[in-house]
Design a protein around this ligand. Structure first.
Ligand code: NAD
Length: 320
């Protein structure tokens, strides 16, 4: 294993919403980063890093075995973010979703040398549709994903956790700004609609969800690399109970910031059936806690999104 300062991290999906912020954070922490991405959204989010001698990029597809064999050479850790992300996209491109989110994730695992740590993000959407009797979902709560997206991620996680030197995350819904901005995530989407349309229509406002700010995801990845030996072999819910909120909580905070009109329509169904709160004891016991709180994170999102003037490509998509 390399010395701390020179550890090399392979990040796939590096130009994505999370990847762009994670790569920046890892470079700031002194790591060397090898990025792989097929730039399917024509992202330019990694361009500032090419001047950095600790950054290198292998453009291409994670399904390309020869490329990925080169990509794993000499790295200490693999952070495998590349995926088709979200229920609508995976429904439209189901075959590719299985190839990228599941098969390529396992292929990459098989290509690594002994001792190379593997970090894989799953989603809490696998927890199914109802709160457990105890009230909070833990890592032991059965996963019953309802979307192709959730199914690909859960199946990959289950198989990866049978292999050595693997850590998986179950991220709650991430929000905040990134150079590859996603506006299909609930807080980002609500804020954008509130700013652009001056109104928010919220279905099933009592639904319970858990959130985390994107900068805390980047901190969590670096923390896991630093603490890999004691964390390996397990999955971790990533978030904090103080960010367990209802859709109504979110809408009201956004209305307070933007002054938008709020309308609750509980006669319409939310196609995303997630409705549960989550417990984070395990990651807290490992020593990690998110830092960005609800008010701070949403205010930053508000300040950032109101500076943008382009059109929301997701404006006609009704997720909520
Ligand atoms: N954002 C969230 O709330 C959230 C929550 C839970 C889990 N995750 C997981 O985190 C990871 C990153 O998600 P994100 O929000 O950054 O999404 P994203 O779509 O912004 O990032 C995915 C990246 O993967 C790249 N990619 C897609 N197919 C590829 C391929 N075949 N070869 C190479 N690169 C490819 C894309 O170009 C993109 O840069 C995903 O694995 C996702 O399942 C995200």
């Amino acid at each position: 294993m390399s010395s701390e300062a020179s550890r090399k991290i392979l990040v796939t999906g590096a130009a994505g919403y999370l990847g762009s912020v994670i790569v920046t954070h890892l470079l700031q922490q002194g790591y060397r980063v090898r990025a792989v991405d097929n730039f399917m959204y024509h992202q330019n989010s990694l361009l500032p890093h090419f001047i950095n001698p600790r950054f290198e990029c292998l453009p291409g597809d994670v399904r390309d075995r020869e490329l990925m064999a080169r990509a794993v050479e000499g790295v200490d850790y693999i952070v495998n973010l590349a995926a088709l992300v979200g229920a609508p996209l995976c429904r439209q491109r189901e075959k590719e979703a299985w190839e990228i989110n599941y098969e390529a994730a396992l292929m990459l695992e098989s290509l690594r040398a002994p001792g190379q740590g593997y970090i894989f993000p799953n989603t809490t959407s696998g927890y199914g549709t109802q709160s457990p009797v105890s009230g909070l979902c833990t890592e032991d709560t059965p996963q019953e994903p309802i979307s192709v997206y959730g199914k690909t991620k859960v199946k990959a996680e289950q198989e990866l956790l049978t292999r050595p030197d693997v850590v998986t995350f179950r991220f709650t819904t991430v929000f905040g700004l990134s150079p590859r901005l996603r506006l299909d995530l609930m807080p980002n989407d609500f804020m954008w609609r509130a700013l652009r349309q001056g109104a928010l229509i919220v279905f099933e406002s009592h639904f319970q969800r858990s959130f985390i700010h994107i900068t805390d995801i980047a901190r969590c990845v670096a923390f896991t690399i630093e603490n890999f030996e004691k964390m390996k072999g397990r999955c971790y819910n990533i978030g904090h109970e103080r960010m367990n909120k209802t859709k109504r909580d979110l809408a009201e905070k956004i209305s307070e910031l933007t002054g938008c009109y709020l309308h609750y329509n509980d006669l319409r169904e939310d196609p995303d059936k997630r409705n549960y709160f989550i417990a984070f004891d395990r990651i807290r016991a490992a020593g990690f806690e998110p830092r960005v709180d609800w008010d701070e994170g949403l205010r930053a999102l508000y300040n950032g999104l109101k500076t943008l003037h382009w059109t929301n490509p997701f404006a006609n998509v009704e997720y909520y």
